[in-house]
Structures are given as C-alpha cells and as structure tokens.
Design a protein around this ligand. Structure first.
Ligand code: AMP
Ligand code: MG
Length: 345
C-alpha cells in the first residue's frame, strides 16, 4: 500500500513538472542487492541515479574487505598479523584504520573492547560453531596472551606480540558499512539503507522524504521488535546475547561477547546494546565495548562522550534510552522505558 502511495505521489510529481521545460522529476528507482558475506546476510538498497553503479562497486568492495579482514584466509592482513611471531607487518589502510579505532575504543572503555581475544573465542568454539565450555585453566592460559595495549601501531606498520592473535569481528561490519555508504555518496546517492547482519546504516531520508525507521530486536524475544528508531544519515548498531550463543546440558547459556576480565561471556547486566551515531566503525566498536562494560559503566561512558546515543536492555528487564535518541524511539515492548539524562539528577 505504502509503495502504491509513493508511486502515486511520484506520478503526481511527474505530472506537475511536465511541460515546464526540462523535467526535474526525482528518480526514485530502487537498486538493491542481497548478499552473504563476512558470515552474515547483507542487504543494500540505494535509490535513484548512481544507485546501480554504487551497488556493484559496493559488492566488489565488500568481497575485497572480507578477503583482507578474514582470520582464516591465509592471504589476509589478519592472517599475516596473527602469524608474524612478533615481526612488524605492513597492512592495508583499511586494517590500519580499524586498528586505530579499536585502540581508541579499547582505551576509552578501560579494555572492555579487546581484539586480542581470538584464542579464547576459539577455545569456546565461537569461531567455528563447535561449541564447548573450556576449562578454567585453559581460559586463564589463553587470556594471558590477550592485551590490546601491546599492539604497536605505526601507520600501516603493525606489530603484534608472538602468541597474540587478533579478530576484528567486533568492528569489521561497521567499517564495511562506512565503506559502502561512502561509495554510495561518491556516486551521488542521497537516499539509501543498508543492513549488514542487522547493523543498519542510512543515507539521507526515504525517497518520500520521511525518516528511515529501523527496528530494534527485542533480546528477550528476538523474533519481535523492541521498538523502532527514526533516523537519517546514521548508523544503528546492536550487540546482543541472542545473536550467537549455545546452551549446555544444564541449560546455561553462553554467548559470543566475552569479558576480557575473565574470558567468560560478558555478564555485567546488559543483554542488548544499540549504538546510534555517525560512524559505523565507531558505533560497532562501542556496541561491543558497552555491552562488556555493563549498565553503570556504559552510562558513564555515554556521559563522557558526545558523539553517540544508545538503547540498553538489562537482564532484569530495564529498557534505558539516552535522551538524545529518546524522542526518535518508539517503544513497542512491554518494558517501561527509562530515559538516561546527560546531567545526573
Ligand atoms: P559484536 O556483534 O559487534 O558485538 O561483535 C561480537 C564479536 O566480537 C564476537 O563474535 C567476537 O568475534 C568478537 N568479540 C567478542 N568479545 C569481544 C571483546 N570483548 N572485544 C572485542 N571483540 C570481541
Ligand atoms: Mg560491535
């Protein structure tokens, strides 16, 4: 119905502009692609002129990034870093930029974001899907190798201590989203929406001039929405305990976001964190970091920073929305919505 209305409106616009010399009718043609890359489903939608070229360039860029950032591809930057035995490696500008943001967000979160947890993630089976609960001793041993502050960055020359292994799963999709929206903008696209495994990034508004409406998953019932945020030119990026997890025989659930403090799934009060901001890369890094930080530290982190908003769901059923996004958020859940204020009262 909405599509029919939009089509009727576009037709009316065409009629109104006909006969006025050069036609200024807006081209709202949808160009789209659905792809599977980086272990996730991706949907790209760009409207109007330049959209088709932008989509095909974006697809090639995603394939190239997947190649560069993969931990399992022996030709990738990550493979080179993880097998350099402490020697410096020259990486692509893409990898260097991601590592810069990882270092920044790791610092500002007190180490909650930790890209050097790869051996611990492997022990849990989160990298392969062969899940198991490792022994405490195994976790402790592997965790002793993890310390992002020991990664030395000098432009594109990176040194990782021998034994340490990196994984950029916490921020790769956000960076990829920034690259895709960048390509679209370079092709003159002024209305687009992309979803990379549920991480959404939007350019401009919908072709009908209204804001993009992005559904946020209810972590307690992932098949339904918690609510909807209305945005333009923003990234909306979520980390949740329902995205990748397994359950043991006793019914305990273990999820893919680990706390670098102990190497176990982060269990500091949050089950879902959505970050809304300009940069997909930063929002993606933050979504993982804030999840690990937990409710109180995440709120403090937000108050210290001025460049993102967030929607938190706690394991006790609290829904917390920061004041900058609250007016643009519609709560569709049973949970009462509390607004986090910048000035604590
Ligand atoms: P996200 O869905 O963006 O929160 O990213 C989760 C992914 O980041 C996991 O699947 C792991 O590959 C990786 N990861 C898990 N815990 C951490 C952590 N504390 N810091 C950085 N990366 C992590
Ligand atoms: Mg993330």
């Amino acid at each position: 119905m909405k599509h029919r209305l939009a089509a009727a409106a576009a037709a009316l616009l065409l009629l109104m502009t006909a006969g006025c010399g050069e036609s200024s009718a807006q081209d709202d043609t949808l160009h789209s692609a659905d792809i599977f890359a980086m272990d996730t489903y991706m949907s790209l939608k760009a409207y109007g002129a330049g959209g088709a070229e932008a989509i095909s360039e974006a697809e090639a860029r995603i394939a190239a990034l997947e190649h560069t950032l993969s931990v399992t591809d022996s030709q990738s930057d990550l493979w080179a870093l993880n097998h350099a035995e402490g020697c410096p490696v020259t990486v692509s500008a893409d990898t260097a930029q991601i590592l810069d943001t990882a270092a920044q967000v790791s610092d500002e979160s007190g180490g909650a974001l930790c890209i050097s947890l790869y051996p611990v993630l492997q022990a849990w089976g989160f990298t392969t899907g062969s899940y198991q609960v490792p022994s405490g001793a195994q976790i402790a041993g592997l965790l002793s190798l993890a310390d992002d502050s020991k990664i030395v960055r000098n432009g594109t020359e990176i040194s990782v201590p021998a034994g340490m292994q990196l994984d950029l799963g916490a921020l790769a999709k956000g960076y990829t989203g920034d690259c895709v929206t960048g390509i679209m903008r370079a092709h003159g696209v002024s209305s687009a929406i992309i979803s990379l495994g549920g991480n959404v990034q939007a350019i401009g508004k919908k072709p009908d001039g209204s804001l993009w409406r992005v559904g946020i998953t209810n972590p307690m019932q992932p098949e339904i929405n918690l609510g909807v945020v209305e945005i333009e030119n923003k990234a909306v990026i979520t980390s949740g305990n329902y995205e990748r997890y397994f359950t043991d025989d006793a019914g305990n659930r273990y999820w893919h976001i680990l706390d670098p403090a102990d190497g176990y799934p982060a269990d500091n009060g949050l089950i879902s964190v959505t970050v809304i901001g300009e940069s997909g890369l930063r929002c993606d890094a933050l979504s993982t970091a804030l999840y690990v930080e937990g409710t109180a530290l995440a709120a403090e982190h937000w108050r210290r920073s001025g460049d993102f908003e967030m929607i938190l769901v706690t394991d006790t059923g609290r829904l917390l929305v920061t004041e900058g996004i609250a007016p643009h958020f519609t709560n569709q859940s049973e949970l009462p919505c509390e607004v986090l204020k910048r000035e604590e009262t």
